[in-house]
Write a protein that binds this ligand. Structure first.
Ligand code: SF4
Length: 269
C-alpha cells in the first residue's frame, strides 16, 4: 500500500532485500522509444544491476498520467541480461486511471520490483494440491481444466481464432458498437453489412497473419501460464478493446491504420 505524497517524482525499488525510494524524473523520450516504453527502457538501462540481480520488472506511468484523469500503469516484461523488451509481454492496467492516481496522488512515477519472495500462502504454488482439487471438482487434471476454461483467450478451434480480438468480432457480429455507439440506431440489415466489411478488412488480415501464417502467440511474463493470450501482429500486441476503439468504433475499418494509433495511445499510457 502506498500512502502520502513524495516531494519529488519518485520511483520505488522493491526487492526481497527491502524497499528503496529514489527521486527520478520520468523520461518519455529515450533512444527510439516514446512515452511509457521510453521510461521503461531508461530505467532498465540506468538501473540494470538491480534488474539483473533481482530479475526485476518495472511498472511505469506514461505522459497521460501527468495530464489526464485516466492514465494507465504499464508493465513491459524485459530480459534483464540482454537489456531488451520481451515481445508481446506488455501489460496495461487502465480502468479507473491508476497511473494518474499514482503520479498525481503520490508523485510516484514507477515501481521496479523483483527478487525471491515466496508467495504468502504456499499452497497457491503447490501444483500437486491444485491438481488434487481440480480432480475432485472437475474430474480432470488442472492443465485440461485450464485449457478448456481459457479457450477463448488461447485458440478456439471451432472458430479458427483466439484472443479477445480474434473471438469478439465473429462472435458479437452486428452487436458490435460502431461510430461512438450511434450504430444502435441503425437497422439490423445495415449493421450486418458493416460487420461483413469489418470482418473482411479489419479482422481477416489479423487472423490470417496471427493464426494461419506466423502463430505469433506469447505469454505476458507469467511463464507458468499456458494460455499464451498475447497475440502479436508484426510486433504489435493486439487486443480487442484498444483496436476496436481506434478502429470500427471511430469508423476506421482498415486494420493497418489502427496500428499506429494504438501504438501512440499505448505510449501515452
Ligand atoms: S499469458 Fe496467462 S497469465 Fe498472462 S495475461 Fe495471458 S492469461 Fe493471464
Amino acid at each position: 500500500m502506498i500512502t502520502g505524497k513524495a516531494r519529488r517524482p519518485t520511483v520505488i525499488f522493491l526487492s526481497s532485500d527491502g524497499i528503496e525510494l529514489r527521486s527520478i524524473d520520468p523520461v518519455f523520450e529515450y533512444g527510439n522509444y516514446h512515452g511509457a516504453y521510453a521510461f521503461t527502457k531508461y530505467l532498465l538501462d540506468t538501473y540494470r544491476d538491480f534488474f539483473v540481480k533481482y530479475n526485476a520488472r518495472a511498472v511505469v506511468v506514461g505522459p497521460a498520467a501527468l495530464s489526464t484523469y485516466n492514465g494507465a500503469l504499464v508493465s513491459i516484461d524485459v530480459n534483464p541480461i540482454k537489456g531488451e523488451f520481451r515481445l508481446g509481454a506488455e501489460d496495461f492496467a487502465a480502468r479507473g486511471g491508476p497511473g494518474t492516481a499514482l503520479a498525481m496522488g503520490h508523485n510516484v512515477v514507477g515501481l521496479v520490483a523483483g527478487g525471491t519472495h515466496k508467495a504468502r500462502y504456499a499452497k497457491v504454488n503447490d501444483m500437486e494440491f491444485i491438481n488434487k482439487l481440480m480432480i475432485e471438482s472437475f474430474k480432470k487434471p488442472f492443465r485440461q481444466v485450464m485449457d478448456e476454461k481459457t479457450i477463448k483467450y488461447r485458440f478456439d478451434p471451432s472458430m479458427g481464432t483466439g484472443g479477445t480480438f480474434g473471438v469478439n468480432y465473429p462472435h458479437y457480429r452486428e452487436l458490435l458498437p460502431l461510430f461512438g455507439y450511434k450504430s444502435i440506431y441503425l437497422p439490423r440489415e445495415v449493421r450486418i453489412q458493416h460487420v461483413e466489411a469489418i470482418l473482411r478488412l479489419f479482422w481477416k488480415p489479423f487472423n490470417d497473419e496471427v493464426f494461419v501464417r506466423s502463430k505469433s502467440w506469447y505469454n505476458c511474463g507469467d511463464f507458468g501460464c499456458s494460455v499464451v493470450c498475447k497475440k502479436v501482429w508484426h510486433g504489435k500486441k493486439v487486443d480487442y478493446e484498444p483496436f476496436h476503439a481506434m478502429g470500427p468504433f471511430i469508423g476506421n475499418y482498415i486494420f493497418e491504420e489502427a496500428v499506429p494509433l494504438v501504438d501512440l495511445i499505448d505510449q501515452y499510457a
